[in-house]
Write a protein that binds this ligand. Sequence first.
Ligand code: XMP
Length: 517
Amino acid sequence: MSRSPLQNVLVLDFGSQTTQLIARRVREVQVYCEIHPFNISIADIKAMSPKGIILSGGPASVYDEDAPAISREIFELGIPILGICYGMQFTTMLFGGRVEKSDHREYGHAKLIIDDPNELFHGLADKAIGHQVWMSHGDRVEELAPGFRVIAHSASCPVAAMAHETRPIYGVQFHPEVAHTEIGRDVLSNFLFRVCSCKPDWNMRSFVSSTVEDIRARAGDRKVICALSGGVDSTVTALLINRAIGSNLTCIFVNNGLLRKNEAQVVLAFLKQFQLNVRYVDAEERFLSKLKGVADPEEKRKIIGREFIKVFEEEASKIDQVDFLAQGTLYPDVIESVSFKGPSATIKSHHNVGGLPEVMKLELIEPLRELFKDEVRKVAEELGMPYELVNRHPFPGPGLAIRVLGEVTRLRLSILREADAIVLEEMKASDWYWKVWQAFAVLLPVRTVGVMGDERTYDHVVAIRVVDSLDAMTADWSKLPYDLLGRMSNRIINEVKGVNRVCYDISSKPPATIEWE
Ligand code: XMP
């Protein structure tokens, strides 16, 4: 999708775990920024005419046989460059300095002493005790390349930052993008605003207006369809397209029978306010009959994915002349598919409607493909979505099917739905819902003995899963207050027929996962 001429900064990715963080930090100060693989061509760089280039860190040593390398030409374009960690070491090598190979990593906090006031450290007080920064490196610069000077050091790193004498080329051994580097935001801002002369012109209001214009120009009066799940990504996608082309967008909401209690009603009621053109498809029967007798989690996922595509195609075929399929693809998925894969390459995320674009053979409209998740939430607010919907917990595409362990039946789904609704109610009533990443109930495939009144029972067990996380890649169980856990347990056992025992899951990810299946 063409974008109006925003100023752009490029991050060239050498495979660091924090490459995405660099881009997010740049965008947080309202400068548009894109990540590209380190081996992007010079022609492509020129075509983007970036205001600045940041070289990321990376797991390699500059001495590795297949160490990722960029050409000297990039430094001759006259574009300011900031090398971070590996980026700095590589720059040093390229300009004829010496990097010392190390057999151990320096990892953790360090105190940065600024030796030379310069643009990168503008406004940072010359603290005798040093500024707290975060280091994570093996190799380090031992001898500067001709033309460079040291601008900061730390106790164990004589060249913790460097600058070229005459050209706008800088290097830092520490990681300005991580939160532990207290001066990180200042250093990046100095690079962007003082060295690159960027303007802070990236914000979600301008994103909304330019995206709506782009969609209008591209779709014209042709028709677009969109699968709507009620999650933030698909809802924001639909709202943007709706704003651009109104009723030429048809949203298809498939109730697969695996949604939470009252989910379909809540989502539909919300969408109604925005006058979205929504087709509601009640496909509960279809999904549940396909899932009959199936206990294997991956098999369940496959069946649900396949059935979803069939239902969606059938519905889409009822609309004349559709040209576009809209998807809520986010920037991390885009980077994942094009970027350099270092050892830190992320674990593949789950794709709920995997295969839909291939099967539908329609042109894709992906208005969120430049955005990180936190930016999507800001767009959602900008579009008027209420806090509750913008900040709701993620919900997996296969829905409750992967939380009813073993076979999915109507009865077991309804037990889980009731228990899950109590967990969510209590989490919200205590405000804990907004502090955690995800909270839900799981129905276990075992029954245990209990006693209710004078009678022995042999009933179901529910597990409560509540986790803290930043991105779902790692997670820890939430330390909920005992009285909150106690209330949930009492209510589930008293109010949900068929449950006589409740457990709290105290496993972290890894080695456990967030979902049980
Ligand atoms: P795990 O269980 O892998 O979950 O730790 C990480 C995050 O992904 C969600 N999840 C899914 N989302 N389809 C989805 O759309 C799936 O099949 C799926 N499985 C897990 C999970 O809820 C958590 O947020």
